[in-house]
Design a protein around this ligand. Structure first.
Ligand code: PAF
Length: 275
């Protein structure tokens, strides 16, 4: 496995990489990332992973500074998982000058759910992902469904801007108690970690109720919010939405997803379940 810290070095390696699958990450890798790498390996001759904590997608009061940077351990895991090339630029390589050109995702997508609570987040994500795709020029790129809205925004960006890459989703990987794996789980105290699966359990309760035919989404969402709040959480949203565009359901046969974000102590967790 080769580790590249400059764009020139990665581009030179890319020339002989054949069909390439790309897994962009911010590091501090867990089994969810490794599952994306495994899926990537089935799709291409080489797997390229990137590790870059992207300042543009963090709000001013968010956790950019304390986001865990674990490059050596990450590279060991990536090598063991069969990654061929790692692109690990520092900020001077990715943003040698202030980034004045951005990708602005559609307002209808970024004013809802995560976008409502993290105003410039998806602009930062879309901008860095377009830049990474331009650098790596992969045939396939993989993104986890844990960040469901991010996956939708990036799929739409790739389609609308005719970026020549196939976007593939990866299933959310969960701990035995249901908690979705996330780099931010590392912020949780032991007590918070024991409490954290309640978010998944509330989503599962809504999913099961909807599957049984209960379509009073507002009631189901309100009960889940109250249940979390009663256990010390500060929920931002719990919402049943259409899978296709994350807007409120209209037709009875719309494929649905239930999404949630809530703070437990200082840690903001997100999760979702397709119904
Ligand atoms: O999902 C992530 O880890 C990040 O948002 C991504 C896609 C690597 C862009 O920084």
């Amino acid at each position: 496995m080769q580790i590249h810290t400059t764009i020139d070095s990665l581009r030179a390696a890319r020339k002989t990489a054949g069909k390439a699958a790309f897994v962009p990450t911010m590091g501090n890798l867990h089994d969810g990332h490794i599952d994306l790498v495994r899926q990537a390996g089935e799709k291409a001759d080489s797997v390229i992973a990137s590790i870059f904590v992207n300042r543009l997608q963090f709000g001013p009061s968010e956790d950019f500074d304390r986001y865990p940077r674990t490059l050596a351990a990450d590279c060991e895991r990536l090598e063991a998982a069969g990654v061929t090339h790692v692109f690990a630029p520092d900020e001077k390589v990715m943003y040698p000058e202030p980034q004045h050109y951005h990708v602005d995702p559609a307002p209808a997508q970024i004013s809802i759910l995560e976008g409502e609570f993290r105003p410039d987040h998806f602009r930062g994500v879309a901008t860095v992902v377009l830049k990474l795709l331009n650098i790596v020029q992969p045939d396939v790129a993989l993104f986890g469904k844990k960040d469901y809205q991010q996956l939708m925004v990036l799929r739409n960006m790739v389609r609308q801007l005719a970026i020549p890459v196939e976007v593939l989703p990866g299933e959310t990987v969960r701990a035995d108690d249901g908690l979705a794996l996330s780099s931010r789980n590392g912020y949780l105290s032991p007590d918070e970690r024991a409490e954290a699966p309640r978010l998944y359990r509330q989503l599962a309760r809504i999913r099961d109720a909807v599957r049984r035919g209960d379509h009073d989404f507002l009631k189901l969402e309100t009960i889940a919010v109250a249940e979390l709040a009663a256990h010390g959480w500060k929920p931002d949203y719990i919402a049943v939405r259409r899978q296709a565009d994350l807007q409120p359901p209209v037709h009875a046969d719309d494929p649905l997803v239930v999404l949630a974000a809530a703070k437990l102590g200082r840690t903001r967790l997100i999760d979702n379940l397709e119904i």
